[in-house]
Design a protein around this ligand. Structure first.
Ligand code: SF4
Length: 63
């Protein structure tokens, strides 16, 4: 499974980065980067929480 972010929807508010910063990071330019797109057993829980909490519904997990 991999993380897909719709950057057209993302408003770089950092909600996802606050939940799991090892996967989502906001750069100095306020641009969101997915630093670990592959979802692992360890990251799946918080990644799915980020999907739920993203106020723009910009994150999806794809097979
Ligand atoms: S929570 Fe959603 S809108 Fe906010 S930075 Fe992450 S992907 Fe973008």
């Amino acid at each position: 499974m991999r993380i897909d972010v719709d950057y057209g929807l993302c408003e770089s508010n950092g909600v996802c980065a606050g939940i799991i910063p090892e996967v989502f990071q906001l750069g100095d330019d306020d641009q969101l980067t997915v630093v670990r797109a592959e979802v692992t057993q360890r990251t799946e829980g918080p990644v799915r929480e980020a999907v739920r909490q993203c106020p723009r519904q910009a994150i999806t997990v794809v097979d």
